[in-house]
Design a protein around this ligand. Structure first.
Ligand code: MG
Length: 404
C-alpha cells in the first residue's frame, strides 16, 4: 500500500556565515556589513525566523566575528551560534554536528550572503523533502554558455550546451540524519555545496523552482544592486508618543533611562520614566502596533517598578521582527525642573544603547511652558516623542473609486 508522504515536522535552519567575503572588500566581513541599514546576516536569517515551519535558526560563524555577530542578531530569537571550520563544507558539517544531541527531522542550509530568500521558497524546498531525501532550489540557465581557453582568457574555446543546466541556490533542504551521515563520510573532500555532498553520498537530490530574486551578494556590484533594490522597497513611517507623570515623594526622577537627582520623584506603576514611555509609544505608533498600555498593562503586577528600558527594547524588537529599523527618535521634555540640559548627552547615549543605535540618531530637547499649566506649576513632567522608522514597503493599495 502506498504511504502518504509525511511532511517533516520539525526543521532547523543553519545559516552558514563563516566566510571572509573578500571579493566584496571592506574590513568587516560581508555578511556583517549593513545592507540598506540592516546587516546582511540579519536579512538572511529573518525569513527563516519568521517562517512557521522553521523551529529554530542557528548560525555557523567564525568565533573571531563574535562582536559583529552579536550586533547583527541583537534581539532575534536565535539558537547559540557554533564555530565553523576552514572551508564552507567543514562549517556546514560542524553546524550539522551541533544539532546531533537533539536531531531535527529536517535541516535547511542557507548562505548568509543570500539576504532575499522569499518565504515560499522555504515552503517549496521543505515540501519536496516529503518525497526525496534532499531538495535544492535552482533556476534554469537562459544565457548561452561559453568556455574560454585556459591559456588564452578572453578567447572563446567553445560553446557549452546549456540543455539541462541549472544554477543552484540555497536554502538546500535535507533529511537531517542523511545529510549528517553524508557530510561525515565526505569530510575533507572538496564539494562546492551541500547538494554535492548529498549527491556524492548517493542521495537523490530533487530540484525545486528557485527564485531569480534570491541572489547571492558576492561582488561590490551585487552589493550596490541589492542595496538599491532594498531602498526602493523601503517606506518611511513616523509615530508620535506623549506621556505625563506626576511628581511625588522621592529624591530623583528616572528620565531617558538615567536617574536625575531631584527634590521629588515621579509616580507611576513602573519606574515612571516618562521619556522612555513616550519614546516607546512613538515607536509602536510608527509600526501601528498599539500602545505601551496594550503591551504592558498597568494592571499587570509584573510591571510594578519595572525598568522602562524593557518596554522600549520590546518596541525596538517588534520593529526588528517586522524587518524594519529605527532611523531616528526625537524627544521633547516639558518641565520647569529638573534642568535637562546637563543630562541631555547621557540620556541620548542611554537611549541609543537600549535601542542598539548610535547616539546621533537620538535627539533630546527640553522646554518649559513659561510657568503655565501643570508643568509650569511643577506638578509633573510631560514628554513628546517622534520616531522615524524605515520598514519594508507594503504593496500599494489598489486604486478604488468612490463606488468601491
Ligand atoms: Mg507612562
Amino acid at each position: 500500500m502506498d504511504q502518504e508522504p509525511t511532511p517533516m515536522t520539525d526543521a532547523v535552519a543553519l545559516i552558514v556565515a563563516g566566510g571572509r567575503g573578500e571579493r566584496l572588500g571592506g574590513t568587516v566581513p560581508k555578511q556583517y556589513q549593513p545592507l540598506a541599514g540592516v546587516a546582511m546576516l540579519r536579512r538572511a536569517i529573518t525569513p527563516f525566523l519568521n517562517h512557521p515551519r522553521i523551529t529554530a535558526v542557528r548560525v555557523v560563524f567564525r568565533a573571531d566575528d563574535r562582536e559583529h555577530y552579536d550586533r547583527a542578531v541583537a534581539g532575534l530569537d536565535m539558537e547559540p551560534p557554533v564555530a565553523g571550520g576552514a572551508s564552507r563544507q567543514e562549517s556546514a558539517r560542524l553546524g550539522l554536528e551541533s544539532l546531533a544531541q537533539h536531531p531535527p527531522a529536517a535541516v535547511l542550509i542557507h548562505d548568509a550572503a543570500r539576504p532575499f530568500c522569499p518565504p515560499d521558497l522555504i515552503d517549496r524546498t521543505l515540501a519536496a523533502l516529503a518525497l526525496a531525501p534532499a531538495a535544492v532550489p535552482a533556476v534554469p540557465v537562459h544565457d548561452t554558455l561559453k568556455r574560454v581557453d585556459r591559456d588564452q582568457p578572453g578567447r572563446i574555446a567553445d560553446t557549452v550546451d546549456r540543455t539541462g543546466l541549472y544554477r543552484v541556490q540555497t536554502p538546500q533542504a535535507f533529511r537531517y540524519d542523511l545529510i549528517l551521515a553524508a557530510h561525515r563520510r565526505l569530510a575533507g573532500e572538496a564539494c562546492t555545496d551541500d547538494a554535492q555532498v548529498a549527491e556524492r553520498a548517493g542521495l537523490a537530490v530533487a530540484l525545486v523552482p528557485g527564485d531569480e530574486d534570491n541572489v547571492k551578494v558576492t561582488t561590490p556590484d551585487d552589493y550596490r544592486r541589492a542595496e538599491r533594490r532594498l531602498l526602493a522597497e523601503t517606506e518611511t513611517r513616523t509615530g508620535f508618543g506623549f506621556d505625563v507623570h506626576r511628581f511625588g515623594p522621592g529624591d530623583h526622577v528616572m528620565l531617558g533611562g538615567i536617574a536625575i537627582p531631584h527634590d521629588a520623584g515621579l509616580i507611576g506603576h513602573s519606574d515612571a520614566d516618562v521619556a522612555l514611555h513616550a519614546a516607546t509609544d512613538a515607536i509602536l505608533g510608527a509600526i501601528a502596533a498599539g500602545d505601551i498600555g496594550s503591551h504592558f498593562p498597568p494592571s499587570d503586577p509584573r510591571w510594578q517598578g519595572a525598568p522602562s528600558a524593557g518596554f522600549l527594547r520590546h518596541a525596538a524588537e517588534m520593529v526588528a521582527q517586522a524587518g524594519g529599523r529605527i532611523v531616528h527618535l526625537d524627544l521633547t521634555v516639558i518641565c520647569e525642573r529638573p534642568k535637562i540640559g546637563p543630562h541631555r548627552a547621557a540620556m541620548a547615549a542611554r537611549i541609543a544603547d537600549i535601542l542598539g543605535l548610535v547616539p546621533r540618531r537620538i535627539s533630546i530637547k527640553a522646554t518649559t511652558t513659561e510657568r503655565l499649566g501643570f508643568t509650569g506649576r511643577g506638578e509633573g513632567i510631560a514628554v513628546q516623542a517622534a520616531a522615524t522608522v524605515s520598514m519594508p514597503a507594503e504593496p500599494a493599495e489598489p486604486w478604488r473609486n468612490a463606488a468601491g
